[in-house]
Each structure stands twice: as C-alpha cells, then as structure tokens.
Design a protein. Structure first.
Length: 369
C-alpha cells in the first residue's frame, strides 16, 4: 500500500481558474496512484477544490517524500510590472519548496511549467538554480525551453511537453457534468453559442481603449449573425474587474445575454465544452475550451498566451490586447463562420494531447523512482 505524501507547489495563491485546474489534474494523477497530496502554501480556494491533507507550510514540505512543481506560467513574467513580478516570485514562496528539498537531500520534479522571459537577475538566477537541482524539468512549449537554456539550465534536464490541461478529454469530466451544462445552456440548433470571457476592465489604465474596441467589435459581429452571447465570469468571488466587463458588454447588446458564473472547476470545464466557440482574455479558459472541442479566440495581455495559439496553428485568432483596434472585427467574423476543425487543427490537437500526457508519464515515473 502506497501511503507517503507528495507535495505539490504551483501558482496557488490567488483564485485563478487555470491554476486551480492544472493543480487539480496533477493531484488526481497522484491520488489515482494511491499517494496522498499536500498543498503547502495554497490558499483556501484551492484547498476547497482539490482533495489534500491538512498540512500547511514548511511542515508539509518537511514531511513529504517527494515534491512536484506543477504546471503554470509562474517561471515567466508578464508584459508589464516586471519588477513587481520579480519581487512577488519570492513573496509567493516559489523558491522555498526547492530549498527545503535540497537541504533534506530529497527529490523534486518540475512538470508542465511555462518559463521566461525573466528580466530580474536575482529571480532569473533563482529559477535556474531551482531547475538545475530538479530531477527533470518538463516545460510546456519550445519557447520555455529556449529561455531556460539561454539562462543556464542544463539542457539534459529539460524535456518539452505541453500544457497539462491539454491532456483533458470529455471522458475525464465527472459523470453528469455535461448534461448539467447542456441544461444550463439550453441550446437550440439554429444559433452559434459564443462564450465571451473578458478578464480586463473597460476602465483598465493600460488597455481600456483596446478592451472597449474588442467588446464593441464583438457586439457588432453578434448583431450581424445568429449568435447567442454567453458572458463568462471565471471567479467564484466576484471582482469589480469582472463585473465591469460583464456590465459593459451587456450594455452593447440588443438583448440580455446569458451570464455563467464559475463555481466549480469541473462544471466550468463541462460548460466550456458545450459552447460552439469562446473568446477569452485568459490562457486556460481558451486551452480548456480547445482541448474539449470548442473553438477558441484569444485576446490577452500576457505574452505567454501567444505561444499557445502558435502551437495550435491559429495565430490568426489571437490578438495581444495592445494590438487590438477595430480591425479585430473581421477576424471575429471569420472565427464565427470558419470551419476551424480542419485536418491540420485536429492533428495539432492530437499531438498536443500526446505531449501533455508526457507530463503524466514523467510524473508517474518520478513517483515510482
């Protein structure tokens, strides 16, 4: 009987649908093998969603047999506020698990991360150190590989996989969740049901002009086509950013839209799978929709998001927020009418699923070693 405990560390401080889902998937892989999971520095919202032992902080790490750094983009900085990100890397304790395991001469694995760029030299040095003392580093794209090599990570340590969420299929969702989602949506066969998830406020100091242009273009496309808009809030605890985006988008529409509010990661996965398309500012809302068979269009502030749309060969359906103007309207129109799931797209999806499952194989091999 396998009884020992595995610590998982990731981007689990603030509520974030993608980070919750990433850790939940990897925790399930561990539980399915008969091991217990510990989430040393996770906030309450993660502990509510992910089954884990009640052991927190350094104690959990000290008592764990092995450690896995889970998927997520926390080894790379955003487009702006990079100095703050470099400081927050340490405030969020990303360096502590590796430090404790190295001190105790115990093994750890890094599995599914996105990396780079890192301009803060102290943070960059720390990430390289964390990677070089790991048993192995599985990154989610070739850009992450290139950054880590450039910064000084030992090449033999690194493998290129894919984002862990890309391992998901409909069969991984809880029984009854698809039926519940379909009942909530109550779709007909005449219209295109378009999920719209805007996680940036129309009052944002950096992107307000771009966000408004994107939403106005969406409204125009909806009015010209047989489209049912479904506004998505991806946080259980409503934020002013989220509410302002929903309010502004609603004000542009002729009819009151459907509004879906996230409460459970697996139910939200099922809901995304039931839509015909999704337009989102968040990486993992897009990845989840895509891997479950729903076409996705990305509008994002974070540079890491472009990498995913390059991977799935849908660069024409991605805009960085700073690039958005009224010209996005023609791309959105094409997105609604496009066949989308052509042979090239289906082949790319299959390959990414296989590469995501590399993360699972490496994890299970590490647990058994």
């Amino acid at each position: 009987m396998k009884t020992y405990m595995i610590s998982l560390h990731g981007a689990y401080e603030n509520e974030n649908f993608g980070d919750e889902l990433l850790i939940a998937i990897q925790a399930k892989w561990i539980n399915d093998e008969g091991y217990d999971v510990c989430l040393p520095f996770a906030s309450k919202v993660y502990r509510e969603q992910i089954p884990s032992l009640d052991k927190e902080g350094s104690r959990g790490l000290e008592e764990s047999e092995k450690l896995i750094y889970t998927g997520g983009g926390y080894f790379g900085e955003p487009n702006h506020k990079t100095f703050k990100w470099g400081i927050n890397f340490f405030r969020k304790k990303h360096h502590i698990p590796a430090k404790i395991f190295k001190k105790n001469n115990k093994k750890y694995l890094i599995c599914g991360v996105g990396a780079g760029p890192i301009t803060n030299p102290i943070t960059r040095y720390t990430v390289v150190k964390i990677c070089n003392f790991a048993e192995k580093v599985v990154v989610r794209d070739t850009t992450s590989y290139d950054y880590l090599i450039k910064y000084g990570v030992i090449p033999e340590k690194i493998q290129v996989g894919a984002d862990v969420v890309l391992s998901l299929t409909i069969h991984d969702l809880p029984k009854g969740s698809i039926e519940k989602a379909k009942k909530t949506l109550n779709k007909d066969n005449k219209n295109f049901y378009l999920g719209i998830h805007i996680g940036v406020s129309p009052d944002d100091e950096n992107y307000k002009t771009n966000v408004k242009a994107a939403m106005e273009s969406l409204a125009n496309v909806i009015k010209r086509n047989s489209v049912v808009p479904v506004l998505i809030a991806d946080k259980r605890n409503a934020t002013s950013t989220q509410e302002k985006a929903i309010e502004y988008m609603s004000s542009l529409l002729d009819e009151e839209p459907i509004v879906y509010r996230h409460s459970n990661i697996w139910e939200t996965c099922a809901f995304l799978s039931s839509l015909d398309g999704v337009v989102t500012t968040k990486l993992h809302v897009g990845i989840t929709a895509y891997t479950l068979g729903t076409r996705t269009f990305g509008i994002a502030a974070h540079q890491k998001t472009r990498r995913f749309y390059n991977q799935i060969k849908k660069e024409n359906y991605f805009y960085e927020l700073k690039e958005v103007d009224n010209g996005i309207e023609s791309s959105l129109e094409l997105f609604i009418k496009d066949r989308y799931w052509d042979e090239e797209t289906l082949q790319a999806k299959k390959e990414l699923n296989e590469r995501a499952l590399l993360c699972k194989r490496e994890m299970l091999q590490f647990l058994e070693s």
